[in-house]
Design a protein around this ligand. Structure first.
Ligand SMILES: [Ca+2]
Length: 480
């Protein structure tokens, strides 16, 4: 039985062993359940209700209608592992040691989001893509279903994507038991066209438990990460002819932004052609359309089981994606389409149909949900709760927000729209005002008329880098 769960009481005991010594209040029935739905590699503009007529996402549209949309939610480090560890620990990559993709994953002294809620009496469940080290039980999840991670190499057979190209991502990933001892190759090895439905099945099996205590469920989907496969039933729904190129489509990025040789960028031939990008968009949107359908099934289960009114629902992605914007196919950039994420927050007490441009980070979900649930935030968490924005007490959160990637990209964006990107290795700058130029087509960094703004942001960015211990700023040699 693929979704057979490990003994939850044993896992609770394991989680308790890793507990911090702070005393937290017991959860009560009045505390909301928390359902966190996380897409993978999904651009923030790939939702119909966000003004994209070329994709159908009725369930996310409905969630937007009963919740609050954040237009400037930021992942800060646009790759899977680092972003997900930021979410898990409420710290940024330089603090948790993951920004360099180090083995220690994350540093063990950091409190985790699920463990903190588990100590407060929540049942904490995980479904889907596990892209962190160790096992969910060691990170504070009390139970799992639909556990999907590496370790199925023995079952791997060569696989080709929707276009017939050899698959390079998720090779050997497999559904398995939480301890990895039981593998389920019959459910597919690597990504499969219907994989989102399997994660939804697992999530539904947990929600249907109605345990009588508050629960936290994180569902990590793999959509719309590559390799892309046409989901069953969607063949022909989206055509390349109906697709619209991104406003900032370019055949090539004007310089090496730090990842030209990366796997993501090699998924599309250089230079990018309009036809190739439209064909890619067709399949990318199909995968997201299917994700939306599966999310609809999960949300319907909340209704059917009478838990909708006491459940916070959060939808986001670990980061965005290029898909032809600025000549990029992959993630690993500081542009808005990638550093920003789709972000919806709905549930009891949350404004319906609202939109905010308050600047927030994904990693702030940890303290924010603690805030809402009345759970003390552990001292290792450096991220700040944005619950005051959700409560309508303020419209702003961070005046400046930052992004970074390896030693090749640094970014600062102000709430007034001014944004500076630094490429230390390429020795390049880009200055945009994303309020006037949301697609970042007009680089003003060399414009004398904006010299003062450039210098202002440059000084702020460098001050932040020093303060945060940017390895490029704190080593023997300072590399701006
Ligand atoms: Ca990802």
């Amino acid at each position: 039985m693929p979704f057979r769960s490990p003994n939850r009481f044993l896992l609770r005991a394991v989680a308790a062993l890793g507990a911090a010594s702070i005393v937290l209040p017991c959860a009560s029935a009045r505390q909301p359940n928390i359902l966190f739905l996380l897409a993978d590699d999904m651009r923030p503009d790939a939702i119909h209700a966000f003004g994209n007529p070329r994709i159908e996402t009725p369930n996310l549209d409905a969630l937007a209608a009963r919740g609050t949309r954040f237009t400037r939610a930021t992942c800060s480090y646009p790759i899977c592992v680092v972003s997900r560890n930021e979410i898990l620990t409420g710290t940024h990559g330089w603090e948790n040691g993951l920004a360099g993709m180090k083995v220690e994953n994350p540093r063990k002294f950091l409190a985790t989001w699920p463990d903190t809620l588990a100590q407060a009496g929540y049942q904490t469940w995980h479904v889907g893509k596990w892209h962190l080290s160790g096992r969910p039980s060691a990170r504070g999840y009390t139970d799992v279903a639909g556990h999907f991670t590496g370790g199925g190499g023995a079952f791997w057979k060569e696989q080709r994507d929707w276009k017939g190209f050899p698959v390079t991502g998720y090779r050997g990933w497999i559904f398995q038991s939480e301890d990895g001892k039981a593998k389920y190759p019959e459910m597919g090895v690597g990504l499969t066209p219907d994989i989102s439905s399997k994660f939804a099945d697992a999530a539904i099996s947990l929600i249907e438990r109605k345990p009588g205590t508050p629960w936290f469920l994180q569902v990590d989907f793999t959509a719309a990460h590559d390799p892309l496969f046409m989901p069953p039933g969607l063949e022909g729904k989206y055509t390349a002819e109906d697709m619209k190129l991104p406003e900032n489509f370019l055949p090539e990025h004007p310089f090496d932004h730090g990842n030209f040789a990366g796997r993501d960028e090699c998924l599309l031939d250089w230079p990018r052609t309009e036809d190739a990008v439209k064909d890619l968009l067709r399949v990318y949107y199909s995968v997201i359309d299917d994700l939306d359908t599966q999310i609809g099934r999960v949300l319907a289960t909340l209704e059917k089981t009478g838990q909708r009114d006491n459940t916070i629902v959060i939808f986001s992605s670990d980061h965005g994606m290029g898909i032809g914007s600025h000549g990029l196919r992959g993630k690993q950039s500081q542009y808005e389409h990638t550093i920003n994420v789709p972000f919806l927050f709905a549930g009891p007490g949350i404004a319906a149909g609202a939109t905010t441009d308050a600047q927030i980070y994904l990693r702030e979900l940890f303290p924010t949900t603690c805030d809402i649930a009345g759970v003390a935030v552990p001292p290792s968490v450096t991220a700040a709760s944005f619950a005051s924005v959700l409560r309508g007490e303020t419209t702003a959160h961070h005046d400046t927000i930052h992004g970074y990637y390896t030693d090749t990209q640094r970014m600062i964006r102000q709430s007034d729209g001014w944004k500076l990107i630094r490429y230390p290795r390429a020795d390049r700058w880009q200055l945009f005002n994303v309020k006037d130029d949301p697609h970042e087509r007009d680089d003003l960094s060399a414009d004398p008329a904006h010299r003062e703004k450039f210098e202002e942001l440059r000084a702020k960015l460098n001050a932040w880098r020093r303060e945060q211990g940017d390895p490029l700023m704190t080593g023997d040699e300072e590399i701006e």
